[in-house]
Write a protein that binds this ligand. Sequence first.
Ligand SMILES: [Fe+2]
Length: 363
Amino acid sequence: MNSRNDLPRLATQQPARHPAPTVKAKRLAHLIFERPNLDEAARFLTDFGLTVSHRDADTLYLRAAEPSPYCYRIHRAAQARFLGFGLEVRSLDDLNRLSGIHGASSIEEVVHPGGGKQVRLIDPSGFIVEAVYGQSPSASLPHRPALQFNFAQEQLRINDTQRPPVAPPEVLRLGHVVLEVADYQATCAWYTQHLGFIPSDVQVLPDGTPIVTFMRLDLGEIPADHHTLAIAQGFMATYSHSAYELVDADAVGMGQRVLRERGWKHAWGIGRHILGSQIFDYWQDPWGDKHEHYCDGDLFTSSQPTGVHLVSPEAMAQWGQRMPKSFTQPKLSLASLRALIRNLRRSPDLSLRKLITLMRLFG
Ligand SMILES: [Fe+2]
């Protein structure tokens, strides 16, 4: 009974690639957070493998080994909160076009390390998107090269050993960010229409309702990460996790050892994902927000068609620790309960039935 009709199908308009997006974003440049304690944030993130690059009284910037001046910006604030992220675009003309969309700022000078110009946008779920052009690069940071493997049929390492250093694994770059949103259709449509994101793979309920969309950048013939942005159906707009590329699987393993020895809270891993194929390990920061180490992700060019798959906890990894229930459990508070009730009434993409189906699947 494996006819073509048994394959899952998408029952909604979105996600779908847009035939003529406003611009095609080039790179995920940075994330923007608010935190009540910058020292505590720096302690976790440097144990995780990032490096503090700039700091002033109320702002902390961290970077990876790649030449980007920063990939993680933290503003001091009373409450811990994820605000949004930055995307590099290709030209001033791109900024001009983006400044014309609903709710966009005009073109502004960037006051953060690397400078350049930006347009600030707000997506339909309320996340900030800073479209950046003309940022000056910094010098790359050194990192250890990938280990050389002795495969059974290809032996390259003779009279030599594997001894990666027992230290936080150097993060090479910020890889992707995953958001949960209530307004799924509008938010997916906005990223495909205005920033050129292409849905790589979609996970759907048995009735074809999309639950998670993994989206890549449209770099044409240049291979792009399987996902730079992923959008999951939730009951409110919130950060799910962000992911950072390491040099090899031993760096992922060493990251786990170091973060465990330093007392941080583990979230899930090590395993290998199915959609995107990354070898992954997830850790919680001091505010319970998940940060993923990964290596060996899939790369797609723009010609690869969108895949549709049934969603389930088993569909999250090929091997490794089973996804713990705590991984998808929302942080419940008075504010999130209020958001749940408000969004159930308001969002066209949310129904009690859908939420119960999701809770049964992952609860
Ligand atoms: Fe991820």
